[in-house]
Write a new protein. Structure first.
Length: 336
């Protein structure tokens, strides 16, 4: 087997979103938006709208340092807004989202209420180049069960599509990173970033029905195992990202289960990725059977490429096999 570890590290350096320039730009956008939000909320209160206090916090890949530079160049950051209110006081969460949208409307040319967030887009020549997603939460301090709930739904959707769903992004952040330190944690992040780039390249045709980046992150949380290289004495002498990624993909594929679908009148194969905090939530629950099948087939193709790379003794040929699935940012050593 060829030693391709240094190329995995170079690949990670090429795709990961942690460059100072990119972070600085999004951090500036975040602060500017939060100032605009504060001003807009104050105006609405003066107009007589009763809006409780809120606290902002970073969440998602940005907070966990597992972000990947998007292929299309549209960088994003996730910000949570936890409002000091009970979900029972606002049966329609879109009302709460409306406060945020009204406060930010006009800040840029494009501010949208989407199902899971309010998004502020920054554009250049009509193309989205940055966006900030603001997820709105009901505070666990105000809910009888002590849980945070995220606002789901948007204007125009049916009443049953507008709801509060249990979600605690900060606890999820802590659970995913808990116990992962040093080089093991770095390998975990490299593998997650590789999967997220693969998903963007290979599953983009499924759009909103593709597994979310957080779904892949949680799958890695459940089934990732570190892979290391050892000398003849059993001492760890390095890390094996190819082995770690191959092992994770294998374990995920083994979790797919077939069951009879009454609605479709056929057997369908599905994967359940359980929320590690809100255990009754499945990150794949909204995926269609077609997108789930595409996900499974895509993982099968990825595993095939990873297996071929493990069996090849020439580093260039192994990297070529990996580029077929991970894209042209994966380095290709010089040679024939």
């Amino acid at each position: 087997m060829a030693d391709v570890q240094k190329y995995f590290v170079q690949f990670d350096e090429a795709i990961r979103f942690d460059r100072d320039h990119e972070k600085q730009i999004l951090a500036e956008k975040r602060e500017r938006i939060l100032r605009k939000l504060s001003e807009g909320i104050k105006r609405q209160r003066v107009e007589g709208v009763k809006i409780p206090s809120y606290e902002p916090f970073n969440q998602g890949s940005y907070a966990m340092n597992i972000g990947v530079k998007p292929v299309d160049g549209d960088f994003d950051i996730d910000v949570g807004l936890r409002f000091d209110l009970s979900k029972n006081d606002y049966s329609d969460p879109v009302v709460v989202k409306g406060w945020v949208h009204k406060a930010l409307d006009g800040h840029t040319r494009k501010v949208e209420v989407r199902r899971s967030c309010v998004t502020v887009f920054y554009q250049e020549r009509g193309e989205d180049i940055y966006h900030v997603d603001l997820a709105i939460y009901s505070s666990g301090k105000r809910n009888a069960d002590g849980k945070d709930y995220i606002a789901k739904g948007k204007p125009g959707q049916r009443a049953d599509e507008r709801r509060w769903e249990p979600s605690d992004p900060q606890e999820l952040h802590d659970v995913i990173l808990s116990g992962r330190t040093g080089e093991h944690a770095q390998q975990f992040r490299r593998v997650v970033r590789a999967l997220k780039r693969w998903k963007e390249l290979r599953l983009s045709r499924y759009g909103r029905n593709a597994p979310k980046g957080i779904a892949l992150t949680v799958a890695a949380h459940h089934w990732f195992e570190p892979s290391v290289k050892k000398d003849v004495f059993g001492k760890t002498v390095g890390y094996d990202d190819l082995g770690a990624l191959s092992g994770l993909v294998t374990r995920v594929l083994n979790r797919f289960e077939s069951s009879w679908s009454t609605e479709e009148q056929r057997y369908v194969s599905r994967l359940r990725i359980q929320h590690p905090v809100s255990r009754d939530y499945d990150f794949c629950s909204n995926m269609t059977s077609a997108s789930m099948l595409g996900f499974k087939d895509g993982f099968g193709a990825l595993l095939s490429a990873l297996t071929r790379a493990q069996e090849i003794s020439d580093a260039r040929a192994a990297c070529q096999a990996l580029r077929e699935q991970l894209g042209d940012d994966f380095p290709l050593p010089e040679g024939r």
